[in-house]
Design a protein around this ligand. Sequence first.
Ligand code: TLP
Length: 342
Amino acid sequence: MRVVDLRSDTVTHPSPEMRMAMYEAELGDDVYGEDPTLNALEAKAAERLGKEAAVFVASGTMGNLVSVLAHAQRGDEIILGSKAHIFRSEAGGASALGGVSFHTVPNDDRGMLDPEDVRAAVRPNDPHMPRTAAVCLENTQNACGGAALTQDDMQAISAVARETNIALHVDGARIFNAAVALEAPASELARDADSLTFCLSKGLSCPIGSIIVGDADYIQEARRWRKMVGGSMRQVGVIAAAGIVALDTMVERLAEDHANARKLAEGLAEIPGIDIDPDSLPTNLVFFEIQRDDWQDLHRQLVERGVKGGGGTSRWRYVTHYGITESDIDYTLEQVREVFAV
Ligand code: TLP
């Protein structure tokens, strides 16, 4: 049976060039700082994001956790959107492991925070209160339709962060999707951030890994926290090799995923029972509302026909990625049309 897996861009497999690079990678022990392939990846990532240094971590969740722990002490607080992945989908790690509490402010439809809300959330210097250590933005913002925040958005929040002497961390799991959608270099979007995490194993199609970038002292501190959470690895060049190929060959092609997402959204918009505004779609995450009570049954039927994605609630998400072709989009629309016709 034909399978079109639209559950996430995390399901992507490495390209043939990545597999070859992994096979041939020169290796060393990274805990001694001696893995040449990883060192090359970290240098490339830092340069690409316009930062002094970078450190490789096992996942986006570990990247955000280590980033927050390197900014905040036990008892501190971080400000973040109520729809932030760090708040909703990372098992409360910063609280559980770091004693850091979350202070949420509303995300608007694009995932942006209101700078005045952030300013108001920063605690005064009062011994009754937790200290505010950082504010976090997410770009693209997953739960807000995958919208890309612009450099002006970043700058508006970083201005408040500078003024109030807190750090700005960006969960840039999909920062390259934002960069491609906005036709802006990723380094521009990262410019005002003190730290930024991006994922290699989403749209960039690596099997494993994320990177944190920042200034050299901060990344040194992040290395300590990475060690503490058990994330320092040994011959990691075997996975880093894929990351180098990803940064060289997989960024520009994200435009194809965005074009496929647009085609999918436009097709879905014509199907009765589906509510979606394709004009609000900027990247590779397609969110839509099923306006039928039998959405669970519709979901089951689509999965039986090989179209995977959505479910859970009546708000579904289909994600385009390296493993999805334009013909897969045609097939998906055909199946959805048929299933929804009944
Ligand atoms: N997101 C996954 C799931 O957790 C929902 C997905 O399928 O979208 N930041 C953002 C914005 C993310 O979307 C994710 C993963 C992460 C961080 C965590 O990355 P991993 O899965 O590598 O720990």
